[in-house]
Design a protein around this ligand. Structure first.
Ligand code: NIG
Ligand code: FE
Length: 412
């Protein structure tokens, strides 16, 4: 048996429960002062407050004095394109001259470029690069993350990416949830044959990935010049029939019906939603789809910000936030930056934001029962922050405020 006590926590703040939080509940957090958390074998055994310590906890194998600081659940990163070859800083001068994201993509750059570099990279190179990313994410307070394939496009390379992610899930302390996203771009040789490519995904790729347990979710880029509503519907319905969870990149640049489809088909989450309309929000609310908002992408693309307030107040859609870490539209994996943007750009409250970076993304990646809140029985994943309140974390920018990331009862 291994035991850990974290004592002298000035403020412990967490959402409660294992379900997606929406509407008013999105802004309800439990706040305990002078708290302590006792963990046994990687799980939370008892939480106390008011200066009391859990019985027997003084003899814990490891005791951490939080010195009056803030403790929250480990951050849950719900959306990354973690495994890719190369980078794309060469695009910045083009962007600054006025080229839009889709202009670069249509001209054969963008994702096309990353696919080329990803195909060239060896499995070992990709593994080492992702391992570095995971270390960095953990040092910034993330303890569970989603990661997508999508820069292989051909079956062999897509499988290479899934192998890298699954191996890292075994080897690295980070809990990784894997998403299969072969429909991420239409390469030149598939232009005009998008329907055939969708068939290839459905008939050949999905069954293999399912049979070998390589991914839990399937995702698609539903966008102008990429995959349309009908193609996305066929692809997601087939994935659903095979037992995958569903995700969709929707309404990032053009609203072509992605969020509407997400609600209709029962997607677990819809991502981006920068230009979502009322029909899309109503559909998501009806379908119980979680909004996975990616404000650092809005920032990097110079785009507007998703209507988070309306989602929470008017449509009662559970809102989660993630980075979207990828080489083209968000070269940052810093969830603390996302927290800042949620505060300043989405105008969410600190309590709503904490929910949006813990329990809601945990539900969005199928881990709501295990992580995302500090409650008895859940994984002992938490962060000690150099802050006295979560509000302070929302306000400070550009520094890493995570003092200690604890994953499964172990200090990272
Ligand atoms: O979520 N939009 C599609 N996929 C990523 C960008 C990928 C890239 O540009 O390499 C996104 O923004
Ligand atoms: Fe994305």
């Amino acid at each position: 048996m291994s035991t850990l006590l974290i004592k002298n926590i000035g403020r412990l703040q967490t959402a409660t429960g294992s379900h997606p939080h929406k509407g008013k509940e999105q802004g309800e957090n439990l706040k305990l002062d002078n708290a302590a958390v006792y963990c046994v074998d990687g799980r939370i055994k008892e939480i106390t407050s008011g200066g009391k310590l859990p019985a027997g906890s003084e003899n814990a194998d490891t005791i951490i004095d939080a010195e009056g600081k803030l403790v929250t659940p480990g951050l849950v990163e719900g959306h990354t394109h973690l495994v890719f070859g190369g980078y794309r800083h060469n695009e910045i001068p083009l962007k600054l001259k006025g080229a839009g994201y889709l202009d670069i993509l249509r001209a054969g750059g963008g994702i096309n470029d990353t696919v080329k570099k990803t195909r060239e990279a060896t499995e070992a190179e990709l593994y080492a690069k992702c391992e570095g990313f995971l270390d960095e994410m953990m040092s910034l307070g993330v303890t569970t993350a989603e990661a997508k394939s999508g820069y292989g496009i051909d079956m062999d390379t897509e499988l290479k990416l899934l192998r890298v992610l699954n191996k890292l899930n075994e080897d690295h302390p980070m809990d990784l949830v894997t998403t299969f996203m072969p429909a991420h771009v239409v390469l030149a040789d598939w232009k005009g044959k998008e329907d055939e490519y969708i068939e290839l995904c459905i008939k050949e790729m999905f069954p293999y990935v399912k049979e070998h347990g390589l991914a839990e979710f399937v995702d698609i880029f539903t966008e102008d010049s990429v995959f349309n509503y009908e193609q996305s519907k066929r692809y997601l319905q087939a994935a659903k029939d095979m037992g995958f969870g569903l995700k969709i990149h929707a309404d990032e640049i053009e609203a072509i019906g992605g969020s509407k489809l997400a609600g209709e088909i029962g997607a677990t989450s819809a991502e981006h939603l920068i230009v979502i309309n009322e029909e899309g929000m109503a559909s998501m609310a009806k379908g119980g789809t979680i909004a996975m908002l990616l404000p650092a992408t809005s920032f990097y693309l110079g785009a507007t910000f998703a209507p988070a307030r309306r989602m929470i107040d008017e449509f009662e859609i559970p809102v989660a936030m993630a980075t979207d870490f990828n080489p083209g539209s968000c070269p940052s994996l810093n969830m603390q930056f996302v927290i800042n943007l949620g505060y300043l750009k989405y105008r969410m409250t600190p309590e709503e934001i904490l929910t949006a970076v813990t329990i809601n993304p945990a539900c969005g990646i199928g881990r709501g029962d295990e992580v995302g809140t500090l409650e008895v029985g859940k994984k002992a994943d938490m962060v000690i922050w150099d802050a006295d309140s979560f509000e302070f974390l929302c306000y400070r920018m550009g520094s890493n405020l995570a003092i200690e990331t604890i994953k499964g009862g172990e200090i990272f």
